[in-house]
Write a protein that binds this ligand. Structure first.
Ligand SMILES: Cc1cc2nc3c(=O)[nH]c(=O)nc-3n(C[C@H](O)[C@H](O)[C@H](O)COP(=O)(O)OP(=O)(O)OC[C@H]3O[C@@H](n4cnc5c(N)ncnc54)[C@H](O)[C@@H]3O)c2cc1C
Length: 380
């Protein structure tokens, strides 16, 4: 058992940290206030090989694994969770679904462009009336000759307005319930498909969260992704990886909130001494640091297991549940340690507090993670 990153992983961590400090940190509040998608920065991440870390080099990826992917998402999110979620939804949802379920042609056509960042990807499972109960999706796909015709709406789709390629799950056989759901690849500009409302959000405001609208959208038959009727099952496997990335997003934001609070506690003086000298503040910092390390161990364990080719449904959910709840607690304590200054936008604490809440909701709420964990525990 090895708890340390190797030299190559440490080098990756340093280069992502340097990039985030140099290119992202100066813009974070500007992007947040304006709700501005950092397109140029995402393209630069593509040039650095960070939009396809987990994919093979022959498909344009960096040929690394989930441990490296977690390391990169952690470092990006430590500075800006919006950048973290953009990269995460692109990589472990859209691109990974095509990589996992796609045929050679689909992998060559799409993964190679997604992995280099030439294309941005989005993934639509959630609908207005089916969130946690994703198997009750209503969007329809009818076979018509050599085409599929898509009708319906997806909601809360990360990267929706900026995606060159979206993967969506639709009903191909209503009577078969979750075995009647299939996945499809839709390219930007396809007639009958357009992104709809851009959500005005509490946090992660520089990430794009959009409705996707399909009205008699005709796509070629070869854009069926995976086997017909296997879309939901594949989506659940995709989420096993996706949840590791939400754990990494949580870790990064928790770490950022903790570091901001630690620095502030050393500078802020009350009653003639730094507030870090008060035991009440020290205990908060000690709890934050300890819980972040525990969350990191769970997340890295799930990532290592995934890299070893093992099934991680249980471990991914445990990591996502714990890391997201730790992150919410750390961001809350971060604001508390800043006192009134935690409530204003001159300090980073308030942004972590707003951003981090998504982590207990996206890719399955904490309640759903507990349900997944309990099912895994009880199944034998
Ligand atoms: C910023 C953002 C980005 C997102 N990005 C994407 C994306 O890229 N692609 C995508 O497909 N989706 C995306 N989502 C959607 C996200 O995955 C869903 O919001 C989430 O799964 C919850 O679904 P819901 O919002 O419909 O809540 P609901 O399912 O309506 O849940 C409401 C409440 O009921 C609880 N609940 C529901 N069922 C149960 C149960 N059986 N037992 C106990 N409690 C239960 C939930 O835990 C929650 O507390 C995104 C959401 C947000 C906010």
């Amino acid at each position: 058992m090895d708890f340390l990153l190797n030299d190559e992983q440490l080098q990756l961590q340093k280069s992502v940290r340097d990039f985030a400090q140099r290119e992202i940190a100066p813009n974070v509040m500007k992007w947040d206030e304006a709700g501005e998608f950092p397109l140029q920065t995402i393209k630069e991440l593509g040039q650095l090989g960070l939009m396809g870390i987990v994919f093979p080099q022959e498909l344009g990826g960096a040929g690394m694994g989930y441990v490296e992917y977690v390391t990169a998402i952690d470092e990006l999110s430590r500075v800006d969770g919006s950048v973290g979620i953009i990269v995460a939804a692109h990589t472990s949802l859209c691109s990974n679904h095509i990589f996992l379920a796609g045929n050679d042609e689909q992998r060559k056509k799409y993964v190679s462009k997604l992995a280099t960042g030439e294309y941005i990807g989005a993934w639509g499972l959630t609908e207005p009336s089916s969130g946690s109960d994703a198997g009750s999706a209503r969007m329809m796909a009818h076979r018509k000759g050599a085409t599929w015709v898509l009708n319906g709406n997806k909601t809360f789709c990360t990267n929706g307005h900026y995606a060159d390629v979206v993967v969506v799950i639709a009903v191909t056989d209503r009577a078969a319930h979750t075995h009647g759901l299939s996945a499809f690849i839709v390219e930007k500009g396809t007639k009958g498909f357009h992104p709809g409302k851009k959500e005005n959000k509490l946090g992660l405001r520089a990430s794009d969260t959009a409705e996707l609208i399909f009205e008699d959208c005709v796509i070629p038959a070869e854009n069926l992704l995976g086997r017909e009727g296997n879309g939901f099952i594949d989506a659940m496997q995709v989420l096993d990886g996706g949840r590791i990335s939400i754990a990494a997003l949580s870790l990064g934001m928790a770490q950022g909130a903790y570091e901001a609070a630690l620095d502030y506690s050393k500078q802020r003086k009350q009653f003639g001494k730094s507030i870090s000298e008060f035991q009440a503040i020290q205990w908060k910092l000690a709890d934050m640091a300890t819980e972040i390390e525990a969350a990191r161990l769970l997340t890295m364990r799930a990532a290592s297991m995934k890299d070893a080719g093992l099934k991680t449904t249980l471990e991914s959910s445990m990591a996502k549940l714990y890391a997201s709840e730790v992150a919410v607690r750390c961001a809350n304590e971060g604001v508390q340690i800043h006192g009134g200054y935690g409530f204003i936008k001159d300090y980073p604490a308030e942004k972590y507090y707003r951003d981090v809440k998504l982590c207990t909701i996206g890719e399955g709420t904490s309640e759903i993670q507990r349900l997944v964990i309990a099912r895994q525990l009880l199944k034998d």
